[in-house]
Design a protein around this ligand. Structure first.
Ligand SMILES: [Zn+2]
Length: 408
């Protein structure tokens, strides 16, 4: 078969060293010494990964630090600050800020993304429509799933459910929920499952976002997932309560999540910033131990969540940075666990968002990122920078490696 491009001496995450041939936007050959009359790029053993997968980010409310701060650093204050700012959002404004954030993700090697978008009577469907336009305009670089969700509650916020239904009718890919802000969380969860069933959508919930382990909405989510046969189609984000329990209870919950088919997304930057604010010292980390859930077969991802807003006043949209941050916070040091952190920004989140055709395999889209590293564990440890990426075989970004200028 004629090839369009050959990547020579690629190091794959599974340890294989080979060439990768690309034809018509797809991976057409994976072998040592591919013979082809095609343009080629010598990688010298650098790591080639399928593009990073961001499962949880908020493009619509990124880059608004100039419109409201979070003086006390609490979740409640963050929600209130964004609620106020949201009233002034326009479609053009959301598009411009979302574009800035999306481009940061692209140049850090992300090729698939699920973004949450707030839908309620204050903002209507303005953010939703802006983000859908971004999805169309940036399809050349990234596959963007849009998850419509009610950040400020559902049963307590008249008009919100109608807007969520309208968003699904207009093509929202995923339906989200946020039971912890609802005065009736159980009904909230039930309504989200009802909408998901009506429109045949996957579910992604903001859940159990505090450090009180005496109760969890996770139980009800697992129960509903099983009752509706929605296993493999439900994800929960934050679940910081899981950082406040012992290993025995965590193992039991891990088995429950795996049995029900509920995936978990950990959002280290936000969780570290917002949790434990009642503590003056010995502040708890508040980051759910995702790597321990992996042992039970739970699909876990590490994701960015918020960028430059009252929930998280940081953010470069680098998932390799998020993997490194998680590893550091979770006290991970072994090569095996560092590689698991890499899996939590590649293969596992791909499973979470039910991505088809993901991974370096024959016939799959050539969605690839080349890292300035030769080892998967060291890539996480050293925050290896992406050098360039391909989306369906076309180069979507390039980052020049740093140059040292020695004296003569
Ligand atoms: Zn979120």
């Amino acid at each position: 078969m004629p090839l369009d491009l050959v990547l020579r001496q690629a190091q794959l995450a599974d340890g294989a060293r080979c060439d990768v041939g690309i034809a018509e936007g797809r991976i057409a050959a994976i072998a040592e010494g591919i013979a082809a009359e095609a343009p080629e790029i010598a990688l010298g053993g650098r790591l080639v990964l399928p593009g990073f997968v961001e499962t949880h980010i908020h493009l619509d409310k990124s880059c608004i630090l100039d419109r409201g701060r979070n003086e006390n650093g609490t979740l409640e204050e963050a929600i209130a600050a964004v609620s106020a700012a949201k009233r002034g959002f326009t479609e053009a404004d959301v598009y411009a800020r979302g574009q800035r954030t999306l481009e940061k993700a692209i140049v850090h090697g992300t090729t698939r993304m699920r973004t949450h978008v707030e839908v309620d009577p204050r903002v209507g469907l303005k953010s939703f429509e802006a983000v859908r336009r971004l999805a169309r305009d940036y399809a050349w670089a990234i596959d963007l799933q849009v998850c419509a969700f009610p950040q400020e509650g559902l049963t307590n916020d008249p008009g919100t459910e109608e807007l969520l239904v309208e968003a699904c009718a207009r093509g929202a890919d995923v339906i989200g929920g946020c039971p912890y802000t609802d005065t009736d969380p159980m009904t909230h969860i039930a309504r989200i499952f009802a909408i998901a069933r009506r429109f045949d959508r996957d579910i992604d919930l903001h859940l159990d976002f505090d450090l009180d382990p005496s109760w969890m909405h996770l139980d009800e989510v697992c129960r509903q997932t099983t009752a509706h046969h929605w296993g493999g189609r439900v994800a929960v984000g934050h679940v910081t309560k899981l950082s406040a329990i012992d290993h025995a209870r965590l193992a039991a919950i891990g088995r429950r999540l795996a049995d029900a088919g509920v995936a978990v997304t950990v959002l280290p930057a936000t969780d570290l910033f917002l949790m434990g604010r009642a503590h003056e010292h010995h502040v708890p980390r508040g980051v759910a131990p995702a790597h321990r859930l992996l042992e039970h077969g739970v699909a876990c991802s590490l994701a960015t969540n918020n960028v430059l807003n009252p929930f998280t006043p940081f953010g470069d949209c680098s998932l390799i940075r998020m993997a490194n941050l998680y590893a550091n916070v979770a006290q991970i040091g072994s090569p095996r666990d560092l590689k698991a952190c890499l899996a939590m920004i590649t293969t596992l989140p791909a499973r979470l968002i039910n991505a088809r055709d993901y991974g370096i395999a024959l016939g799959h889209p050539a969605d690839l990122v080349v890292l300035d590293s030769r080892d998967p564990a060291l890539a996480v440890a050293e925050l290896a920078q992406p050098l360039f990426g391909l989306k369906r075989g076309r180069r979507s970004f390039t980052r020049e490696p740093a140059t040292i200028h020695r004296p003569d």
